[in-house]
Unconditional design. Structure first.
Lengths: 431, 238
């Protein structure tokens, strides 16, 4: 029997015992459906986190801090070190955690490390308000991460770091509040940003809106280019005591985009040796995604359990099929069909049932997933712009088919072996 | 002397061992010439079916040997054995063994499908055989919808579609009334007479056995009597 004939025959046999096949397919469908949905959620959430976190920083950037030396729990409080730097509230990390403040000598030390191309202190500017066209003043929070940002833009082009023009990207929620007609209308307009000097006097700086940014998981913040940040920082520092050396909570180090995984690790190790700690964007993404992946893995495990249960359904179905067709098997063997081909006949029946189950299950999951995520997108999760909760990518989808068909094949081996081993005369004598 | 198509030497087949040992066949010597028709006659339990299974190479003997066209069957590999069964043998069974829900045509094509004959060719050959047996208009019917006589004719069509040289028939008329049984008998012996297909009929029916060139009587696993019609009443078939 040729391969095509075996497939044809397997399909014909599955279709012939319709009810039994349907029930088995239903069982597999449940597993395939669950697997597809959970994978869809994994893909959707991870894609969302990817876009969210790429708005924090670019791939060629790492955030460097100077951690307080870890004190062992049994040691009690660390002795006071008059030469030690002041602790400063950490810009990153859990609220309330502190890091040692860095000054220019730290920056020079970091810049000296192999692989680091440039280092910028992360300055925090605290503007008082933003206003457009006399429509009222509103509080403005600025994203701490200004270097190497890639923004999730709703309109405009984002800002240009190399220009001297003072540029700002506003979050979408500011657009109507400030009085713009829509996102597009805001682009190119000039807004006024108020900021207080160290002396207490308030100044107003003009900035051009070059883009409108979707809100991120990390809150509604505006982003500014280096020129605007520097300008605002200069205003903020005006009149501060000359002796006060600027102190920074963290700095942003740039390395080459071509840097390999090992290269980045080497830079980090060097920084650790010097007493600094560094995290790259992928470190931050990795932490989030590890959590999501862990949850998806657990959900997938449940789906696999459902599939294994369905596998027993396949075994049962095929054992019945083998039993029913004992004489047919005997006849085919008497007519010179080899045991291997009989095996192939029954295992392709199993694989076909698996295929049907995964096609129906995955198809249903895609439909349900699209409906559910569009409903949630306009309802419960409307606040998370850009989140497509359940996203279907071709490779995980194909993976579902492969997994289900592999389980079906495995389940089919036992009945198929039985069929292949049958002796023709025993089978023909069977009533 | 012409080499026999099938030749059995001191054939024995037993099942089990020790106290439960059962000897189905005890030392059978038999030569079946090409083109002859032979009836293996015996009551149930005489070992006639076991003998047929051994001759058709569906089972291996416990002792003794079978050679087919001069080749020892024990020396054949699995795939050679399968090829031999597929090309050389045709089977007609008392219980028909048709796939109930498949069409008549599909049932008849089965040996060709197993032999990997291309689809178009298999259709053509199966239709030709069905036409010969006046079953062409039933080709698309499901096998389960046919009458007993029609079923047995479909089984014969399936047995000869691969142009076998030896046809084994196990109680071919056992499930048929005498009129349709007669038709099937005529068909089988006609194939033997007109096309020279060697016919091996296993039966307990003396009337059916009488139509064969040669009768071999089996009792308790041994040949108790042999009767060759051609020597007893010479000229009847000449």
């Amino acid at each position: 029997m040729s391969f095509v004939d075996i497939l044809r025959s397997a399909v014909a046999n599955s279709v012939r015992s319709r009810l039994r096949t349907t029930l088995t397919v239903l069982a597999i469908m449940i597993g395939a459906f669950t697997l597809t949905i959970t994978n869809g959620i994994g893909t959707g959430v991870n894609a969302y986190i990817d876009t969210q976190l790429s708005s924090i920083g670019a791939p060629d950037v790492m955030n460097v801090t100077k951690p307080t030396v870890a004190t062992e729990e049994t040691d009690g409080p660390a002795p006071y070190d008059p030469d030690g730097a002041a602790e400063i509230s950490a810009a990153t990390g859990p609220p309330g955690s502190t890091v040692l403040a860095m000054d220019d000598s730290d920056l020079d030390a970091i810049d000296g490390i192999d692989g680091i191309e440039s280092i910028e202190p992360l300055v925090s500017v605290r503007p008082d308000f933003v206003e457009w066209d006399g429509n009222g003043m509103f509080q403005l929070t600025v994203s701490e991460f200004s270097a190497g940002v890639s923004l999730d833009l709703a309109a405009g082009t984002g800002f240009d770091q190399s220009t001297d023009e003072l540029q700002i990207v506003l979050p979408t929620s500011y657009i109507e509040t400030l009085g713009f007609a829509d996102d597009e209308a805001a682009v190119g307009e000039t807004v006024q940003i108020g900021i207080t000097e160290a002396t207490g006097a308030q100044q107003v700086v003009d900035a051009t809106v070059t883009g409108v940014q979707n809100p991120t998981l990390f809150g509604v913040t505006a982003s500014m280019n280096d020129a605007l940040t520097s300008a605002l920082y200069a205003v903020q520092q005006t009149g501060s005591p000359a002796a006060a050396e600027p102190e920074y909570a963290s700095a942003t180090a740039r390395f080459s985009l071509d840097e390999t995984e090992e290269g980045i690790q080497a830079i980090k190790d060097d920084l650790v040796d010097e007493g600094y700690a560094a995290t790259t964007v992928s470190d931050q993404i990795g932490t989030f995604q590890a959590v999501v992946d862990g949850i998806i893995l657990v959900l997938n495990a449940f789906a696999i359990i459902a599939l294994i249960a369905a596998g027993f359904g396949i075994i049962n179905t095929l054992l019945m099929s083998v039993q029913e067709r004992t004489r047919e098997i005997g006849l085919m063997k008497a007519m010179g069909m080899s045991g291997g081909r009989i095996f192939a006949l029954f295992s392709s029946e199993a694989v076909f049932i698996g295929f049907l189950g995964s096609a129906v299950g995955a198809g249903l999951a895609v439909v349900v997933g699209l409906v559910v995520s569009s409903v949630l997108g306009t309802g419960l999760l409307a606040g998370l712009d850009g989140l497509q909760l359940i996203t279907f990518a071709p490779i995980p989808l194909a993976g579902v088919f492969v997994i289900v068909m592999a389980i079906a094949f495995t389940a089919g081996t036992l009945p198929a072996f039985r069929a292949a081993r049958q002796s023709p005369i025993e089978s023909l004598r069977y009533e | 002397m012409i080499e026999p198509a099938l030749s059995a030497r001191s054939l024995a087949r037993h099942y089990g061992s020790g106290a439960t040992r059962f000897d189905a066949l005890r030392g059978i010597d038999l030569d079946i010439a090409r083109g002859e028709s032979i009836a293996i006659v015996g009551k149930s339990g005489s070992g006639k079916s076991t003998l047929m299974h051994l001759l058709a190479l569906l089972d291996a003997p416990s002792e003794g040997s079978i050679s087919i066209d001069g080749t020892d069957a024990a020396s054949l590999s699995g795939s050679a054995l399968n090829r031999l069964r597929n090309r050389t043998f045709g089977f007609v069974f008392q219980q028909f063994f048709l796939t109930a829900n498949a069409s008549v045509l599909e049932n008849v094509m089965l040996p060709l499908t197993i032999a990997k004959v291309p689809r178009r060719e298999r259709r053509r050959r199966a239709m030709a055989v069905l036409e010969r047996l006046d079953l062409a208009e039933k080709a698309k019917n499901r096998a389960v919808d046919l009458s007993g006589g029609q079923k047995q004719r479909v089984v014969i069509a399936r047995a000869i579609v691969g142009a076998p040289s030896i046809l084994f028939a196990d109680e071919p008329t056992g499930n048929l009334d005498s009129a349709t049984g007669q038709v099937v008998e005529d068909l089988l012996f006609g194939l033997n007479r007109d096309e020279g297909i060697t016919l091996v009929v296993v039966t307990h029916d003396e009337e059916l056995a009488e139509r064969a060139d040669r009768r071999v009587y089996l009792k308790d696993g041994v040949v108790v009597d042999q009767l060759d019609v051609r020597t007893v009443s010479a000229g009847r078939h000449a």
